[in-house]
Design a protein around this ligand. Sequence first.
Ligand code: CTP
Length: 401
Amino acid sequence: MSLANRRILLGVSGGIAAYKSCELVRRLRERGAEVRVVMTAGATHFVGVATFQALSGQPVRTSLWDEQAEAAMGHIELARWAERILVAPASADAIARLAHGHADDLLATLCLASAAPLYLAPAMNQQMWAHPAVQANLATLRARGVHVLGPAAGEQACGDVGSGRMLEPHELRDALAASFGDGALAGLDVVVSAGPTFEDIDPVRFIGNRSSGKMGFAVAQAAAEAGARVTLVAGPVSLPTPPGVAARVDVRSAAQMQAAVLDACARADIYVGAAAVGDYRPAEVAERKLKKQAGADLVLQLAENPDILASLSARPRHPFLVGFAAETHDVAAYARGKLARKGLDMIAANQVGGGLGFETADNALTLYWADGELELPRTGKAELARQLVAEVAARYKASRA
Ligand code: CTP
């Protein structure tokens, strides 16, 4: 698998496995990757800066406070440059600092300032690895969408035997390479809708809903990570475009969203409708601000909006259709009903309320399709989106087989 022109930021933290990361730089560059190395202060006790400099062919950075390096390529620029960040070795301390969002050294700051997917290759003594504090920090990071590679078990540099050995350089290289083009959706066109719709009442008021767009944006990112060419149709949200997403169309109303989705779906293989589309809009939009009529109720007449998914499935040639259903009760029955009524290939249902659903970082989903179902238990939206995308890819392939 090629890594040609891929931009990898390698963070090296303090651990004896840092010696293996020298070889990792070679393995990555062999496949064509550009590698820039950032070392923590601890890492410099194990391997010299000059070693990584020679192997990467680039200046190595060790400090936030290096004025010369900042003038050449500021740390924010470096954070934007990276397509993937791999921290290898990731020491127990590096993991703790990342879990808690520290930003007092260059590597931790870069991990916060970059939108690139973050990969950790833990390496530590087996007793440390098994410690609940380390495992709790990793659980936090995983739920946030961070990928944890390894560790392996075996003989350790300290003489212990157990879990905590860093993966071999070629294994880390292959994991990064797989995260680029050879994913489950490689070569496919995927359209994702996300966020709420706003239906204007007058120039200052609208009817909206509480969708944050986070789940849909996470799905778009996961699909891009799986190799798809992703078009994201976004309702009114203020979220940054996830890395890897090829095109983004911002819309406001359900009618605008329908037009953008139908247009993008003319050539799509898969459509994931994660948007919370408003079912109704004011029958008329007042041109001027409505004035209050004291003492009288206001009656709004609402007209039905088109159903985007149903309008897609009515087309003779349409993409594989995935819907969402956010329900407060009778989740399975309503989800299966929508699956059939809207002519979907799959639906992802979740219970709203009880601390889950809109505006939350976590979610849980149950997937339904004609002859099966699968529960994806509560976790961070990024991780959940990855699991959903893997299942969509499997069902899509089965349907086309
Ligand atoms: N959807 C759509 N167009 C609409 C309304 C919903 O494409 N006008 C899609 C959503 O993007 C979602 C799925 O249909 O993928 C289910 O949305 P939901 O609002 O739960 O379904 P409704 O049919 O509106 O049912 P209800 O509001 O009665 O639960």
